[in-house]
Design a protein around this ligand. Structure first.
Ligand code: C2E
Ligand code: MG
Ligand code: MG
Ligand code: MG
Length: 283
């Protein structure tokens, strides 16, 4: 009897696992197909603004997947699946090439060019040829390195220890800028932060959300000061209200992105915004 129950429990357990594993595999193979066909994957661009001047200074490229059966699938769902397989590295290459080409083709790299921020995966740092690949993409698309900003997370810094440092240094040598994404949510130590050649600290939305609380406001002020002490600029993520923007401006934060300025936009809408702002500036 006990033996029978044990066997049953085992069977249910493996069946549950099998369902989850099968779903994951199915998602993975559809993602493979999407990457091969090209038109299911899109890049949206979320504007980034200078807090002092109010000018548009760049945008973050954010991937979107329109599956023919399921419709829009969030990156929060498919990026983790891609990260468990080798797909994430192919996807990163795709986003870099695709959006650099888009920037060049639409004249966004000219005088007063906009910077383009692209998310790297922690998996990118297990690839010793990352910097070579980035440089090839820059050359192939004619994109000016100083306008490319690669975003990494604290996990990526910690994971590979000194390996990550060498990769970051070689990325930096290609002339691109580096931003630390979701700062404050991971577990990088301050000692590490000092060692890495970063340009921008991106203050996570969870801190911006609590700016109306005294402790939240104090935290954000401290993070902005920390960024400056280390020689980095700061960018606040997920700014939705004017009161948040004014606080950030007052404490010296340089840039923000968030629904207050704009949601991530499909490429065509992003171009409309850019030309609207250009004609307003001329008028
Ligand atoms: P992230 O890099 O921290 O990107 C910011 C996320 O916050 C985006 O979600 C953006 O739409 C959202 N956001 C921006 N402003 C606001 C706001 O004011 N309010 C709210 N509620 N949300 C805001 P999204 O596009 O769903 O992307 C989620 C995450 O997926 C990204 O977080 C990033 O970690 C990952 N991801 C997206 N695209 C890529 C990619 O091409 N490669 C990699 N490796 N990861 C990506
Ligand atoms: Mg990001
Ligand atoms: Mg972020
Ligand atoms: Mg995030």
């Amino acid at each position: 009897q006990a033996k029978g129950e044990g066997r049953n429990a085992y069977r249910y357990y493996t069946e549950a696992l099998t369902v989850a594993a099968r779903q994951r595999l199915a998602l993975e193979s559809r993602l493979h197909r999407a990457l091969a066909h090209g038109d299911e994957l899109k890049v949206y661009y979320q504007p980034q603004w200078d807090l002092q001047s109010g000018n548009l200074v760049g945008a973050e490229a954010l991937m979107r997947w329109f599956d023919p059966d399921e419709g829009l699938i969030s990156p929060a769902v498919f990026i983790p699946v891609a990260e468990e397989s080798n797909l994430i590295n192919l996807m990163t290459d795709w986003v870099i090439e695709h959006s650099c080409e888009f920037w060049v083709k639409n004249g966004l790299t000219g005088a007063n060019g906009l910077h383009l921020a692209i998310n790297l995966s922690p998996r990118s740092f297990s690839n010793a040829t990352l910097a070579v690949g980035v440089q090839e993409s820059l050359l192939r698309t004619g994109f000016p390195p100083h306008l490319l900003e690669l975003e990494l997370t604290e996990g990526a810094l910690m994971q590979e220890g000194t390996g990550a440092l060498a990769i970051l240094q070689s990325l930096r040598d290609t002339g691109v800028r580096l931003a630390l994404d979701d700062f404050g949510t991971g577990y990088s130590s301050l000692a590490y932060l000092r060692k890495f050649p970063l340009d921008v600290l991106k203050i996570d939305k969870s801190f911006v959300d609590v700016l109306n609380e005294e402790s939240g406001a104090a935290m954000v002020t401290a993070i902005v000061d920390l960024a400056h002490v280390l020689g980095f600029r700061s960018l606040a993520e997920g700014v939705e209200e004017e009161s948040q923007a004014s606080f950030l401006r007052a404490c010296g934060c340089e840039m923000y992105q968030g629904y207050l300025g704009s949601k991530p936009l499909p490429a065509a809408e992003f171009l409309v915004l850019v030309s609207k702002l250009k004609s307003e500036a001329k008028a």
